[in-house]
Write a protein of this length. Sequence first.
Lengths: 300, 256
Amino acid sequence: MSEKTLDRRTLMISAGLSTMAGISAAASGKSVGWVERLLNRRFVELSDERREEILAELEEACRKKYDRDDITVTDTRALDGVEFAYGLDLSRCVGCRRCVYACVHENNQSRDPQIHWIRVLEMKKDNGIDFAESDIYYDPEEVPEPENFYLPVACQQCRNPACVKVCPVKATWQEPDGIVVIDPDWCLGCRCCMSACPYGARHFNWTEPTIAANEINPDTHIFGNRPRPKGVVEKCTFCIQRTRKGRYPACVEICPVGARKFGNLLDEEGEMRYLMREKRVFVLKEELNTKPRFYYFFAT
Amino acid sequence: MHQQEVVDIEQNEEGYMEKKTGPDPAPPKSDKLLPGSSSLAVLLVVFMTVSFLVLFSIIRGGVGHVTESEGGIRAFGPTEVTGIDFEIELLPGTREAISGPEEGDYLVPPPPWSESGFFPCSDCHSEMEVNPEHRVLEEMHDDIELVHGPADRWCLDCHNPDDRDVLRLVNGRLISFDESYLLCGQCHGTIFRDWRQGIHGRRQGYWNGGKSYLLCAHCHNPHAPAFHTIAPLPPPVRPQFLAQAAQEEVQEASHE
């Protein structure tokens, strides 16, 4: 009985959607990428040909919007046998915020209203890790201050991500290499994921993001640093556009004290495995069972 | 009637025992909700005044109030930050660079001071007599303050006396300045091991391939290696100052 109704319901819905797609295609004279995507399937479920078409459309839209013809939008896939992980040496971090601005520069975050994917928390050495008493607005002449230590927090790329579980439309998911990505074209802007994330790592575009055309990083990934529209959530993707081509994330390369480490967790000889073997390592809010891929450690 | 009642009560409180002699003994009680409600009213007024003052002080000067000197009043972008190049150019040959305990050589940028005019050292030192004495340097290198390890350490513990363009390890092996990590690693063994693995220090390039390292001396002045404090970049803008862009958008929309 219930099966029958479900079948009929599905049939009606798909018939309705196909009609709508047909009408919209007829109205605009050609197939409109986002309409088709809205009515049919998510980007990752599409055929390679359709993906190429959509990428070309997105690229065209970006180039037109910022009046730059060097912008590229790719969908570089995950590499086989790779699980990314990140290490951050709390005994070295001086809280200089170079990483914050390198991230903004690399990932095309909105300048106004300002969005920062990395937040550096200043904490008292005497109190240890205490989120309630931490300060992200510290602004002394010089850092580090002897009584403080600094704890940068961005997306922890959890193995058990609460944000992915709560998304009502599957607009965010975990990739095979461990990166949790968001499809901005699929995101509703309901912000359930933001309230689910225990690290405050997700950020919302409350208005149309503004970035000067000459500040755009033209090398973009569809789920990474592609300029986002208004009303969607965004977050750190381990610089997916760089790391899937083998490069280090921007924050790793800018860090003046070399506190930031990145590599393949499955590579026995890699730096991540070395630091996990040799150093004192911990993850944030372990008790929540989110199982982050972001490891804090003390090299000394 | 009501006024009359108040008077009656006040009189009572002052001790006039006139209850029995009043015109109507029963109604006054039923007219009042509570005996002594006037003191309750006073308490209520006091409570409301105090809570209003507390709220007022919170709104005006307490939570959420930021003075001009505190950070986070204005949003800064990466282009407003001077002195830092966020477009990191890799060293030539980074992609193909090999590194590791066995391969030996590490790709590093030119050593510090190599383009400052001091190098090659032999320009001056080849004609000078070697003076190993621990002394105050006056004519040259007077900017060097040696704050590194034991007090009896001096120049020729690391610099090679016969050819100043190279450094000398304890075992007598001569090395060039771009291998100076071997010299530092003589004492700082565990740090050297971490550095080779990429855990100590900054690297650029490919996590799955070639990368460039920095020499110890790029970050630590070998004569005074303690790491110096640096100026932080501006803090993020506080939420109460974030809304400017949104306000403009709303105003534009309302004008239309």
